[in-house]
Write a protein that binds this ligand. Structure first.
Ligand SMILES: *Cc1c(COP(=O)(O)O)cnc(C)c1O
Length: 389
């Protein structure tokens, strides 16, 4: 396999052309594939032949999408899912047994946290949480039955950074599988496998699609582990639809240029907000004021598109800020062409007690901004008028 540059692999990784010599990969909207004869069918089912059988197992469009992500992350193999959560759930379910233990960062995506706390204990799988800002404490949570070390970086919604190289070292020393949710960075910015991750999971719904259209998920990593996840998924059915795979494969062709622009806009907006009198603090990985700035610079090519700010005046100020926004969207998604603002304390996390909110890194005035691709001056103008209101 040739190793071209990231952008070239993203654009030029493509299925073999059909007899029609199409330039762009067509959609293979088919649930199954036909066999020549009984022998062809036998050999296909016994995996003597590598070919498509049924779209729950594989489909040309999902194969193309997965192949791109595999190359981008520097992985060996992968499998695509209907959503990011399907990827995360299936990865854990395929690799863990009753009695196993997970060591996870406390600040992980909400539904991932729910999996760990509400569902996995039903099947005898327990999780211990470490504070992402106290990586020196991770080893004290490792038990003889620990199997997986799990984290996201940057985190949601606090935009904290954890040293992936350190996680790789700890995982290796204790014989744990290191699994990283790389959704916020994308493989264009950060490749966790370089730092020792065994598997990388993504919600393709976010920056990979980048246009707020389809849901998707993917896991990539070593062939042996992906094989386990594939066999589990082939039988349990969380597969990505070929339609979504076609969309997402096209989206990846523009990932690099989109993410470049997202990050350029985000840095300008973060710098603007840092000097705004109504803002206490701004957290953005590529601002020198970020507590893990040095680590961010070491492991990330750019700072990403998510900014966390603490507005003066706490929960009431946060609510007023949302109501004063004119152009930006109030929405649950992120990584879209459109800038999205959220105020977790009064919305997504309002049911938590204030102690629970704080332990998840959510202070009352926290506003998360997912910077989009509008002209940066128009976004700044909207945020500025809403802050001053
Ligand atoms: C959105 C998200 C997920 C879940 O992905 P879905 O596609 O919504 O299922 C997982 N991890 C992170 C970090 C996310 O932002």
């Amino acid at each position: 396999m040739s190793h071209k540059n990231f952008e070239t692999e993203a654009v030029r990784t493509q299925l073999e052309r059909s007899q029609f010599q199409e330039h762009t990969t067509p959609m293979y909207i088919t649930s199954s594939f036909v066999f020549e004869d009984a022998e062809d069918m036998r050999a296909s089912f016994s995996e003597e032949k590598e070919r498509n059988i049924y779209s729950r197992f594989s489909n040309p469009n999902t194969t193309e999408f997965v192949e791109k992500v595999v190359k981008m992350e520097g992985a060996e193999d992968g499998y695509a899912f209907a959503t990011g959560m399907a990827a995360i759930y299936s990865t854990f379910a395929a690799l863990l047994s009753s009695g196993d233990h997970i060591v996870s960062a406390r600040s992980v995506f909400g539904s991932t946290h729910t999996l760990f706390t509400k569902y996995f204990p039903k099947w005898g799988i327990e999780t211990s949480y470490f504070d992402i800002n106290k990586p020196e404490e991770i080893e004290q949570f490792i038990q003889p039955n620990s199997k997986i070390l799990y984290a996201e970086s940057p985190t949601n919604p606090g935009v904290d950074i954890i040293d992936l190289e350190l996680l790789g070292t700890i995982a290796k020393k204790h014989n744990l599988l290191l699994i990283i949710d790389n959704c916020f960075a994308t493989p264009y910015i950060q490749q966790p496998i370089k730092f020792g991750a065994d598997l990388v999971v993504h919600s393709a719904t976010k920056l990979m699609d980048g246009q707020g259209r389809v849901l998707g998920g993917v896991v990539v990593g070593s062939s042996d582990l992906v094989r386990e996840i594939y066999l589990f998924s082939r039988n349990t059915g969380p597969a990505m639809s070929p339609f979504n795979a076609w969309i997402l494969s096209k989206s990846l062709e523009t990932l690099a240029v989109r993410v470049d622009k997202h990050c350029e806009n985000a840095l300008k907006i973060a710098e603007f907000l840092e000097n705004h009198p109504k803002v206490n603090t701004v957290k953005y990985p590529f601002l020198k004021s970020h507590p893990q700035y040095e680590i961010a610079k070491k492991q990330m090519k750019l700072g990403g598109n998510i900014i966390a700010i603490d507005i003066k005046g706490g929960i009431e100020a946060g609510r007023k800020f949302l109501n004063a926004i004119k152009m930006c969207s109030l929405s649950a998604n992120l990584g879209d062409t459109r800038t999205i603002v959220t105020h977790p304390a009064s919305t997504t996390h309002s049911k938590l007690t204030s102690e629970e909110q704080l332990s998840a890194g959510i202070f009352p005035g926290l506003v998360r901004i997912s910077v989009g691709l509008e002209h940066v001056n128009d976004v700044i103008q909207d945020l500025n008028q809403a802050l001053n209101n």
